[in-house]
Design a protein around this ligand. Structure first.
Ligand code: NAD
Length: 485
């Protein structure tokens, strides 16, 4: 049965599809069974240069300069409509390419539409200020677009992140070049294809597929890029920042995390259990904001972990298209990386409360399906409790006092998100105020859909904020004008 017709036309550059040469293609696979879904161009320096040149020309064109902000907004509303009209196809394509359960892809599609709507409303409300300097002088600021903005997109939430990148870039009047991850470029290409009839000036949005070390490196080093947004690993983030430094270009880095769910004995256990589970199994744990550490008060640990393990054991594991609770991890490479952490736990005598093994799914034996896993009583300083595993693997560390909970929560190189579970309002705010991270959820957890909420990290989780009005700062620059009369 053919679920969706995967036709790839090429890279999208200057409003045209650049047809790939046969010898320069990348295989795109379905993580469910490792079958080949499509071939996309292996773009490199040449395609990046064409795309950046097209974006620069479009950005400087009279057509774009005179494109009224409310018309940018209207166009973004139409994009949201088109996404919803094609929601089933987009969700299936995302699931086939990323492996995540269909229901999660459907949420991603709705979030993508919401990004367009949110930034549609913002397009004609990017305001400056007047500054009362002295009588006889009118002093004001304008927020101007920054120019050509590069977006390097990760493989775990490709459609959501492409939508967020395109929507904010258009709303702020920039021109964008997107480089999707080599493993999961299909919904980004589909999105620009669906947007083609909207009449966006040619070159305002460009997509170049390709490997990170080729197309990604060329994009971040291109001298005509005016801003780079990168989401992915710390190591690549460093490289992107080095390239940006050479061109004196600002960067926004979103580099993942080791986010704790801090569970106090006075919490609502039922709610805490539900969200601790969801936040580590969503997208098979391949989420930058995954709640990958359970930091829990010692007195309730045994019962809580026992219940959590029982809940994990009931989850169904299988192909994303069949909408199981847990799909496969992305690839053999990602599986082996995750497995190496589990092997380390075994070697160091850490108790595996549940999971830890690959599952062979009938009919999809080549897919990399992994049981959701709990590593119990992991010392806070252990590698397993410090490093991002990026799979459905939860570490458990206990505390006895509030101070200790905060120290453990803050005790990793990362600082993206934290969950705090307590019925004591004073404690909730006290703890939130001391957490070194960009977002705190009290008695719930869920950064994924927070379109309006600024999102980004402290420490090695990066800097700069995506989402919400805060993201406008990345994509605009302030000009101050003083007039004497
Ligand atoms: P990565 O950082 O290598 O890839 C992310 C993006 O950067 C991709 O589009 C890739 O093509 C591009 N890229 C790679 N090398 C580049 C370079 N030299 N210059 C410019 N762009 C480049 O991540 P990965 O190898 O796909 O995954 C490795 C680990 O990164 C994961 O296991 C996980 O820990 C982390 N990760 C985090 C996120 C997140 O949401 N923060 C997303 C993906 C991966």
């Amino acid at each position: 049965m053919k679920l969706v017709d995967v036709q790839v036309q090429g890279c999208f550059i200057g409003g045209e599809w650049k047809v790939p040469q046969k010898e320069r293609l990348i295989e795109v696979k379905n993580p469910g069974d490792c079958s080949v879904l499509a071939f996309v161009p292996r773009g490199d320096k040449e395609e990046i240069d064409l795309a950046v040149t097209a974006a620069k020309k479009a950005f400087l064109s009279t057509e774009w300069k005179t494109f009224k902000p409310y018309n940018r907004g209207k166009l973004l509303y139409l994009a949201a409509e088109i996404i919803r009209e094609n929601k089933e196809e987009l969700a299936k394509l995302e699931t086939l390419n990323v492996g995540k359960p269909l229901a999660q892809s459907a949420v991603d599609v709705e979030i993508a539409a919401r990004y367009f709507e949110y930034y549609a409303g913002v397009a004609d409300k990017i305001l400056g200020e007047t500054i009362p300097v002295e009588p006889g002088i009118i002093n004001y600021t304008v927020r101007e677009p920054i120019g050509v903005v590069g977006h390097i997109i990760p493989w775990n939430y490709p459609l959501q992140i492409a939508a967020r990148s395109i929507a904010v870039s258009i709303a702020t009047g920039n021109a964008a070049v997107l480089k999707p991850a080599e493993d999961t470029p299909l919904t980004t290409l589909k999105l620009v294809e669906l947007m083609e009839p909207l009449g966006l000036p040619k070159g305002i949005v460009n997509v170049v597929t390709g490997y990170g070390h080729e197309a990604g490196a060329a994009l971040s080093a291109h001298p005509d890029i005016n801003h780079i947004t990168f989401t992915g690993s710390v190591e690549t983030g460093k490289r992107v920042m080095e390239s940006a430094a050479k061109n004196i270009v600002p960067v926004t880095l979103e580099l993942g995390g080791k986010s704790p769910n801090i569970v106090f004995a006075d919490c609502n256990e039922e709610q805490a259990l539900e969200w601790v589970l969801k936040s580590i199994v969503q997208n098979a744990g391949q989420t930058c904001s995954a709640g990958s550490r359970l930091v829990i008060e010692k007195s309730i640990k045994e019962a809580f972990v026992g219940e959590l393990a029982a809940m994990m054991d009931k989850l169904s594991i299988g192909s994303g298209i069949d909408n199981h609770d847990l799909g496969p991890v992305l690839s053999k490479k990602q599986f082996e990386r995750i497995k190496s952490f589990i092997d380390l736990a075994k070697k160091d005598g850490i108790r595996i409360a549940t999971g830890g093994e690959r599952i062979l799914v009938e009919g999809s034996e080549s897919g990399y399906y992994l049981q959701p896993t709990i590593l119990d009583s992991v010392p806070a300083s252990h590698h397993l409790a410090q490093e991002e595993i990026f799979g459905p693997v939860l570490t458990v560390t206990t505390f006895e006092t509030e101070e200790e909970a905060i120290e453990i929560a803050n005790g990793t190189p990362y600082g993206l998100v934290a969950g705090v579970w307590t019925e004591n309002v004073g404690r909730a705010h006290r703890v939130a105020s001391q957490l070194q991270c960009g977002q705190v959820f009290i008695n719930h957890y869920g950064a994924g859909g927070g379109i309006a909420q600024p999102f980004g990290g402290y420490k090695k989780s990066g800097f700069g904020r995506e989402k919400g009005l805060e993201a406008l700062r990345n994509y605009t620059q302030v000009k101050n004008v003083a007039l004497k009369y």
